[in-house]
Design a binder for this molecule. Structure first.
Ligand code: GLY
Length: 353
């Protein structure tokens, strides 16, 4: 088992190994020795696969265990779903000393995490990510959020989990398209700061050495989050491809999934960086080859003006400036700020071939 210590304001462990979902009970007990109740939040795809073993493990460790399932998909991150979940927690009389368990992918983690951050002004929670995307990105670092009609993740809180357990066995039950979605975030880490990771991804590393690659991604994220827990500087790097990506997701009515949208966003930003002479063309070639290798898109049908309109709601916009992530060479990205008035040109350069 690999353990990564995240030393944020409230420190916690991320553990990575096959079979961890069967050990949730005793591991939850270590961090919550006198807690009575555990509320598992999951979705209806994950429920038939993993609810029973997680439930039994928690009961076996002496937790009175209850569960709540949401429909899978981004629509469950709407305000109504969030309020319904809070209502259920209150009906169940969950108290401040109890525990919330997020069992599932990014949607479950974001929704359950935001409920944990706000119900009774904060209840401890454990992340049990079951998708690649949730393991390498959304379960770690304490960003929790729901969507607003104006855009994705626009209401949320920084609220670190008390423990994250990544059971790599769960990857074997992921539908191909859900696995693929996570590969975009893995490629993102390579582009940000790890030529070695990019090299490993060119082989079949992700399928054959998932534990090692997930550990590398989480270590990179840990280092960044520990330096900038509240996303005021360095952490914005983790949003490479996300400003345009979130726009693509929103414009598609969330029919285009997060990972695919981020892949498109990274390609557009890199193309524009090359055209603006911020990075050499080999960086774009390498990214396009990797995206193709993992079956990820690098183009969108949406118009630059539509993408620009969506970016106006981006959290990284401050007044008339937006902070952007741009590659400078293969395996190295930097933050740049640009006036919003230049952003449309940036997107146009990245969209055209
Ligand atoms: N997913 C980006 C971050 O956690 O900052």
């Amino acid at each position: 088992m690999k353990t990564i210590k995240v030393t944020t304001g409230r420190p916690y462990d991320v553990r990575i190994a096959p079979g961890l979902l069967l050990q949730v009970g005793p591991m939850a007990r270590e961090i919550a020795p006198s807690t009575q109740k555990a509320a598992i939040i999951t979705d209806r795809n994950v429920e038939p696969l993993y609810l029973e073993p997680v439930f039994s493990s928690l009961e076996g460790a002496g937790f009175e265990t209850i569960n709540y399932s949401i429909p899978p998909g981004e629509a469950s991150k709407r305000g109504e779903s969030y309020l319904a979940l809070l209502g259920w927690l209150a009906e169940q009389k969950l108290t401040r000393t109890d525990l919330i368990i997020a069992l599932g992918g990014g949607v479950v983690g974001d929704l359950a995490g935001f409920a944990a951050a706000t119900y009774l002004r904060g209840v401890r929670y454990i992340q049990l990510p079951t998708s690649l995307l949730a393991m390498v990105d959304s379960s770690v670092g304490g960003k929790t959020a729901i969507d607003l009609p104006a855009g994705k993740n626009l209401a949320g809180a920084f609220y670190q989990p008390a423990l994250v357990l990544c059971d790599t066995n769960a990857l074997s039950t992921l539908p191909e398209e859900v696995f693929r979605d996570g590969t975009a975030e893995v490629i993102k880490y390579g582009m940000l700061c790890s030529p070695t990771l990019l090299e490993e991804l060119r082989g079949d590393g992700l399928r054959t050495q998932s534990e090692g690659i997930i550990t590398q991604c989480i270590s990179i994220k840990r280092d960044i989050v520990c330096e900038d827990e509240f996303d005021t500087g360095l952490r914005m790097l983790l949003n490479f491809g996300h400003t345009i990506g979130h726009g693509v997701e929103k414009l598609s009515g969330y029919a285009i999934s997060h990972g695919l949208a981020v892949a498109i966003g990274m390609a557009i930003d890199t193309r524009s960086a090359v055209k603006n002479k911020l990075c050499p063309p080999d960086c774009l070639t390498a990214l396009e080859e990797l995206l193709a290798l993992y079956g990820l898109p690098d183009k969108t049908e949406f118009l630059p003006t539509q993408l620009y309109g969506a970016a106006l709601s981006d959290k990284k916009r401050a007044g008339n400036e937006i902070t952007f992530v741009t590659p400078r060479k293969l395996g190295h990205c930097e933050l740049i700020s640009m006036p919003m008035s230049e952003m449309l040109d940036w997107i146009e350069a990245g969209v055209s071939l």
